[in-house]
Design a protein around this ligand. Structure first.
Ligand SMILES: [Zn+2]
Length: 177
């Protein structure tokens, strides 16, 4: 069987080589979409900034009560460039970091409107953790896993979805509207 050209795995930088080989193989066989939707059949239904605000605020008040109030929470279609949706796995600099610091805003890339709830939870937990920890260091990831014990697995799956999107353009949980 001739495999299609290998898509770049830039969203998966830093993961072990055998994991990358497995993902590459699934991509080449077109099985990633199936794998993801079998794990997560349902979209979450959080589709407005107001509902998103409440969703974020609930998690914040459970775990980060002492941090400053959020002035704004919004889906941001300009963040649809997926590389900005999440920091890269190894680097620490973030465009959103400075905004977050000065304005206490949380912006979630619009592509997360149409994902399973655990994916939204993962990105929200990530952004909330930056209210307290600026760098992607040990303390940061400890805070993430405190808020969501499956954080690392979910971040991995989100990165696989981003890779799938880049390779195929196929949104897996797109709403009908
Ligand atoms: Zn980050």
């Amino acid at each position: 069987m001739k495999l299609v050209a290998a898509p770049a795995l830039r969203y998966l930088n830093g993961y072990p080589a055998d994991t990358l080989a497995q993902v590459q193989h699934m991509l080449a066989e077109g099985r990633v979409g199936d794998w993801l939707t079998r794990r997560h059949p349902q979209a979450h239904g959080v589709r407005t900034d107001k509902v998103l605000y409440d969703y974020v605020q609930d998690i914040k008040s459970d775990y980060l009560r002492s941090t400053e109030p959020l002035s704004k929470v919004a889906f941001d279609s300009k963040l649809h460039v997926v590389k900005n949706a999440l920091g890269t796995h190894t680097t620490v600099s973030r465009v959103q970091g400075s905004k977050l610091k000065s304005k206490r805003e949380i912006r979630v890339a619009s592509l997360f409107k149409d994902t399973p709830e655990p994916f939204l939870k993962m990105i929200v937990v990530h952004e909330l953790a930056h209210l307290r920890e600026r760098e992607h260091d040990k303390a940061f990831y400890q805070l993430c896993t405190h808020m969501e014990p499956a954080y690392h697995q979910l971040e991995f799956e989100v990165r696989i979805y981003l890779t799938h999107l880049e390779a195929t353009g196929e949104r897996l949980w797109a709403a009908a509207d």
